[in-house]
Design a protein around this ligand. Structure first.
Ligand code: HEM
Length: 126
């Protein structure tokens, strides 16, 4: 795992291109997610009251492709950001290679299923 504060340090430490790309992705996705999620919570909690978040209201909002894309971006970025964060922890704490392999395999599969269900659910709304 890269432990760096600047891009230059991260480049020097990176064992591979993909490790460096994940390091960059974590910084960018974290920043974007802050705005997307704050906006999401604001719109679903503050702007409307809880009782307004009905099935019909959500479906009519998600009929707009721009909102579909907004929600989908949170779905994908949050899942990948969380998945890679958990991968760092798995690599730190699970020292045995075969165990690491199985834990990662199960974990990535769960993430893939959630991403597929979330995407199909979102884009099946018309
Ligand atoms: C506690 C506050 C929250 C409330 C009340 C809430 C409520 C909702 C509602 C009503 C929807 C349906 C669609 C829409 O209105 O956009 C939704 C979708 C979604 N929310 Fe939240 N949300 C909350 C927090 C979060 C957080 C913190 C995240 C991410 C870290 C998140 C991620 C998502 C995603 C990814 C979808 C789209 C899921 C899909 O259809 O595939 N939400 N949320």
């Amino acid at each position: 795992m890269i432990k760096a504060k600047t891009l230059g340090d991260a480049r020097a430490q990176a064992q591979s291109n993909s490790e460096l790309n994940w390091w960059i992705f974590m910084r960018i996705s974290g920043l974007i997610l802050m705005f997307l999620v704050l906006g999401h919570v604001y719109m679903t909690f503050v702007q409307v009251s809880e009782s307004d978040a009905t099935y019909d209201a959500v479906v009519s909002k998600l009929a707009n492709p721009a909102w579909k894309f907004y929600d989908w971006l949170i779905l994908v970025l949050a899942l990948l950001h969380g998945m890679n964060g958990a991968r760092y922890s798995i690599e730190d704490y699970i020292r045995s290679r075969p165990n690491r392999f199985w834990v990662k395999g199960v974990f990535y599969s769960v993430v893939a299923v959630i991403m597929a269900l979330g995407t199909v659910g979102l884009f099946s709304i018309h």
